[in-house]
Design a protein around this ligand. Sequence first.
Ligand code: PLP
Length: 383
Amino acid sequence: MTARRLGISTVAVHGAATRRPDWAPVAPPIFQSSTFTNPVGSEEEILYSRYGTNPTQVALAKKYALLEGTEDALFVASGSGATALAHLAILRPGDHLLSSEWIYGGTRQLFDQEFARLGIEVSYVRPDRVREWRKSMRKTTRAIFIETPTNPLLRVIDVRPVAALARDSGLALLVDATFASPVNCRPAELGADVVITSATKYLNGHSDVIAGAVAGSTPFIEEVRRLMRMWGQSIDPHAAWLVDRGLRTLAVRMERHNANGLAVARWAEKQRWITKVHYPGLDSHPDHEIATELLSGYGGMVGLELRGGPEAAMRLLSRLNLIIHAPSLAGVESLVSEPRLTSHRELSPAERERLGIPDGFLRLSCGIEDAEDIIGDLEQAGK
Ligand SMILES: Cc1ncc(COP(=O)(O)O)c(C=O)c1O
């Protein structure tokens, strides 16, 4: 008899459904220890927190694999660490990586600066044109990388045709779905081999931890674990415990983020002083249809362009009270930032313009406050 697969909210709270022994703590214990006693002469796996074998690290990884629907998973010290290690587990000097060009600026820097130094070539394609992917493949191409929904334009990529192409060509498909969280999208179900997430964002959700995670097959995660040990990238047990605590409310937080994102986007679309609203839940968004098909919710991220451009944006930012002007996203409190000065600052203004991120573009991360209060703050600051 196969067990019924648990719902995502249940998994986020409990992980696997196992009956607990009497007198067990309801909240999971934290093993805040770098090392553990070793039986004399034992050749069994060593418990050591840099190896990722600390029970707090192990329990969190198991829960995340269940959430993503993959064989295994691993947490590391940051989302950027997760992106780097996931790729390095697959790519060797001389290999070529085909990447979407709509990606987080930090990932772009990693590819252009560090991967180039390692002899790994990266080229970029517009991810919404499947023919472009095929045309850009080389003999040395080993993997494809996609981010969805994208930072900061919230474009939603149809992962399925790219997954089919990767499968037919023997390539690995890696997907960073940080902006969705496994509640809104599970890329492995759409054909991705590897899921990457910045756990700093929705998984933890409280703006108090830096962490990242990789999910995929057991042999792949083994290779990431090997690199993690060697490059010293493990997650601290306390950070792992906090991410686990965040996971327990992930599903209800996402419900509110989704509702607030939609409410703010619908309101923003009616304001004359806001010239463009980027939100996949709006009919006006270029990927609205595919987003409706692939996502369980449109998320809490909203892109705004104001009449009056960068000056109007600066004016708005300096008048906000509730919404905090800070980089990062996906916490319980609403945050706003300008990609030109934060996530995409390494790109030239011309390159940002070409990608559709003009100066003055605002990236708003709707928290879980009352939607009317987020809107009220925008209204008083934008008037
Ligand atoms: C889509 C995406 N992936 C990865 C990262 C990197 O995450 P971290 O800051 O945890 O290294 C970010 C950070 O903003 C991001 O937006």
